[in-house]
Design a protein around this ligand. Structure first.
Ligand code: FAD
Length: 544
């Protein structure tokens, strides 16, 4: 069976008729990471996600695999060491979606970072993360900083530091982890919400009641251990379990706004001081440049955080200050996203001061909840939880195997193998008239699974080449990536809403029609899906 909603009935049947060692609730990077770690150790694992995989915070981050330079200032040395060292591991295991990226830290007069302290800070950052000697930070004088990024304001500039990070696509990384978990025996189902816990006579959790949001039918899933990996929703499940005591979540909102590359044509990704104690990233990526993020305490609906006009104006102001010649306005924004950080509340600390460390909470009923942390540290969090689950079960499942496990699409032995594979797909693509930039785009999205897409193109017959590529990609995502709704494809499998919104909007109707045909969706639901995805496209550029 493929990882496809075409088999949904079989998945529901499997989930309701088996007893699992572990049930994970929440299909963000934390939950999918746990499912993969547990499956690789031979546990019987189930995972349910109430919407789509990565539809929560895991598709709304800054999309960096980073050590968190900022946390060094807060003296979070262990956190920087742990996640910093993890960057190279995450890259090695998924080279197609975790790509090295040089980051420029401009240093300005009267800024919060001096020349010497930045030089030392960046060096400590590299050393803590075990960065190779030739990849360590390079300090630049004013002239070379301007050469690295000519759009920088020069009046107060005194120099800069170039250091090493990685960029990713958060939701693609999550889906590659989910696919890998499935390929190793886990059963993962999206659009399935945990609605109630099931307890035994001694009030221990033995499973959940789950709602299949596509058929609208309820069923039960039984498991020895249940992990709540619901990110910003973690406390709602703890409340449901009557165990919301002691540590609680503090949700903070972070937004990113997207400009066409020609409006903000950065030569170089940058991490800059806003002047109010906050730092912001500006990251060029193909035809766009995105900038963010904010960090404000959030008390509204968890399900649909939005970028407000105030958020957008804050980022615009900071961007225009550091890159003064670009004169960006609200109307230049072509897309945006907003996410919620599920942080652990600390008395007397502001949103940006609260630690990004992860925290595990175990209730009297046995519910294991995990929150906080970073995308970058997902593997370490997963291994910690699965160790704990094994220990509580009193069974030896061995040690985590994820450190050297290559994720779906990422099975490359080295950077050379990575480059050679790209060349191979380019040649294969040329034979069926797939342009170089399309193959390259697919390769950085699907890695070695690009071969499936080329295979689909060979079989598809239509005269409109543009549509052949969209159709092939959609077909792959339906057959191998559990797409059930157009938004799954356009937001979380391909990021088209963020990185190519204007072009994609033109094809919405066609893509929805194709998806409805392939998944046998009735007309009324198909129409509803189309309206919903149109709303998402509108929301990405309406700031209220
Ligand atoms: P989520 O991704 O939110 O997943 C939880 C899932 O649980 C959701 O999909 C939700 O639908 C599901 N769920 C909820 N209730 C139920 C239920 N009852 N039944 C079934 N499912 C349910 N980290 C980095 O390493 N690098 C970065 O650059 C970075 N930038 C960030 C920028 C911002 C603005 C934010 C907000 C965070 C950033 N982070 C970054 C942190 C990182 O994004 C998060 O730590 C991570 O995505 C959290 O993942 P999660 O799986 O815990 O939560």
């Amino acid at each position: 069976m493929n990882f496809s909603n075409l088999h949904r009935k079989d998945f529901v049947q499997h989930l309701s008729s088996h007893h699992f060692d572990l049930l994970v609730i929440g299909g963000g990077i934390t939950g999918c990471g746990i499912a993969l770690d547990a499956a690789l150790r031979g546990m019987k694992v189930a995972l349910i996600e109430k919407n789509d995989f990565a539809s929560g915070t895991s598709s709304r981050s800054t999309k960096l695999i980073h050590g968190g330079l900022r946390y060094l200032k807060q003296l979070e040395v262990k956190l920087v060491h742990d996640v910093g060292s993890e960057r190279a591991v995450v890259h090695r295991n998924a080279r197609h979606v975790v790509i090295p990226e040089k980051m420029l830290l401009p240093i300005v007069e009267d800024g919060s970072l001096g020349k010497n302290s930045s030089s030392l800070g960046l060096l400590v950052y590299d050393l803590l993360a075990g960065v190779k000697k030739d990849e360590r930070r390079k300090m630049l004088n004013k002239h070379d900083t301007i050469k690295a990024e000519p759009l920088l304001a020069t009046d107060k500039l005194v120099g800069g530091g170039l250091y090493f990070e990685y960029r990713t696509d958060d939701s693609r990384l999550t889906i590659e982890i989910a696919k890998s978990a499935f390929a190793n025996g886990a059963t993962l189902l999206n659009y399935t919400e945990s609605t109630n816990f099931i307890y035994d006579k001694s009030q221990k959790i033995v499973g959940v009641k789950a709602l299949d949001k596509i058929s609208n039918k309820e069923f039960e899933i039984k498991a020895t251990s249940v992990v709540n990996a619901c990110g910003p929703w973690v406390d709602l499940l703890r409340k449901e379990d009557n165990s919301l005591k002691g540590k609680r979540l503090l949700l903070t909102k972070g937004v990113h706004i997207v400009f066409p590359y020609k409006k903000l044509p950065l030569q170089q990704a940058a991490y800059f001081d806003v002047g109010d104690g906050r730092m912001i990233f500006a990251i060029p990526r193909n035809n766009i440049t995105y900038v963010g993020t904010t960090d404000t305490v959030y008390n509204q609906s968890i399900d649909a955080p939005q970028c407000s006009k105030e958020d957008a104006e804050y980022i615009l102001k900071a961007t225009n200050k550091i890159f003064p010649s670009v004169n960006l306005e609200l109307k230049d924004i072509v897309s945006s996203w907003a996410g919620l950080r599920p942080l652990i509340y600390e008395e007397g600390k502001s949103a940006s001061e609260v630690s990004r460390k992860d925290e595990v909470m175990i209730s009297d009923s046995g519910l294991i909840s995990i929150a906080g942390g970073k995308l970058t540290g997902y593997r370490l969090m997963a291994s910690k939880i699965v160790d704990l689950v094994g220990k509580r079960m009193g069974k030896d499942f061995g040690k985590s195997r994820t450190k050297t496990f290559r994720l779906s699409g990422g099975d490359f032995s080295s950077d050379i193998d990575f480059q050679n594979s790209l060349e191979l797909y380019l040649t294969e693509g040329r034979e069926v008239d797939i342009p170089t930039d399309k193959i390259t785009e697919w390769f950085y999205r699907y890695g070695k699974n690009t071969s499936y897409l080329i295979g689909i193109v060979k079989l598809l017959k239509t005269s409109e080449m543009d549509r052949v590529f969209d159709s092939a990609e959609l077909q792959y995502s339906i057959e191998h990536e559990m797409v059930a709704h157009p938004a799954d494809f356009l937001i979380r499998r391909t990021g088209k809403i963020f990185f190519d919104r204007i072009n994609t909007e033109k094809h919405l109707q066609y893509l929805n029609q194709l998806l409805s045909q392939q998944l046998h969706i009735e007309d009324t639901f198909s129409q509803k899906n189309l309206e919903e995805v149109k709303e998402e496209f509108k929301a990405a550029v309406s700031f209220e």
